[in-house]
Design a protein around this ligand. Structure first.
Ligand SMILES: Nc1ncnc2c1ncn2[C@@H]1O[C@H](COP(=O)(O)OP(=O)(O)OP(=O)(O)O)[C@@H](O)[C@H]1O
Length: 246
């Protein structure tokens, strides 16, 4: 078996080129990326600093537009979309997780998640229950009223994963979600993302520099100098164990 059953391609990038900066200091950061993300899978992306990982994540999440190439998210071609249409697509289909959590410090855990629901037009009496349920699903049912300043890094990252999950987006994009955490909490967060990816309605892509997290990957993509340099399905080849040992 090479794919989880019922999985489908939810993000398709074809020939993505991205030029950043202004002449004469333009840099071709992405040089023709072809990539598909499938539901039911955790894809981990590695690569040297400056190779284009964050830029690619921003394009896949419709924050940046490609200079060239096609991006299709949840069956919708993004090429001719207006900024507003892209924002709607992002709100409906994409959840983001950042290295630095990006929680609103004056709001409790449940209020942070409710804010994300509100941005997706989910509000009213059911919103609290949905937010509490999202927190429950990441193991924080007992911390819903905690303020970010009273939470550990691992707990804050769990809140940010609950926030990304709120409204059930089809894709979760995480930029170095474990980088600010100690080894134990980092592994627990990556394990949680692997669990989140088991939902056959959702794909998860996370950038990581930590080889120990590779054991959770269904797929490992290596990016180098703006190009895909490698793609492995380690649970089939056994490669993750080998890579994690380095
Ligand atoms: N707004 C910008 N204008 C010009 N160049 C940029 C801009 N943003 C990023 N770059 C350059 O694009 C290249 C890729 O950056 P990117 O952040 O995508 O790399 P990365 O692989 O995520 O790196 P890291 O692992 O250090 O986070 C780098 O050379 C960076 O300096």
């Amino acid at each position: 078996m090479t794919e989880p059953s019922n999985s489908k391609v939810i993000v398709e990038a074809e020939g993505i080129v991205k030029v950043l900066g202004t002449a004469p200091n333009e840099i071709k950061v992405l040089k023709g990326i072809d990539l598909e993300l499938q539901t039911g899978e955790l894809t981990l992306m590695m690569g040297p600093s400056g190779s284009g990982k964050t830029t690619l994540l921003s394009i896949l999440g419709c924050i940046l537009s490609p200079t060239q190439g096609q991006l299709t998210v949840a069956g919708l071609k993004t090429q001719n979309m207006s900024k507003e249409q892209l924002a709607n697509l992002r709100r409906k289909h994409v959840g983001f997780v950042f290295q630095s959590y990006n929680l609103v410090p004056t709001l409790s855990a449940v209020e942070n998640v409710m804010l994300a629901l509100d941005l997706r037009d989910i509000n009213g009496p059911g919103a609290y229950d949905q937010a509490a349920e999202a927190l429950e699903s990441v193991g924080l049912g007992h911390r819903i009223n905690a303020m970010p300043s009273k939470m550990s890094g691992g707990e804050k990252q769990r809140v940010s994963i609950a926030r990304a999950l709120a409204g059930s987006p089809s894709v979760i994009l995480a930029d170095e979600p474990t980088a600010a955490l100690d080894a134990k909490n980092g592994m627990a967060v990556m394990e949680l993302l692997a669990q989140v990816a088991q939902d056959t309605r959702r794909a998860v892509l996370a950038v990581t520099h930590d080889h120990r997290t590779l054991q959770f990957a269904d797929r490992i993509i290596t990016i180098d100098d703006g190009r895909i340099a490698g793609s492995e399905r380690p649970k089939i080849s056994g490669k993750a164990v080998e890579m994690a040992a380095h």
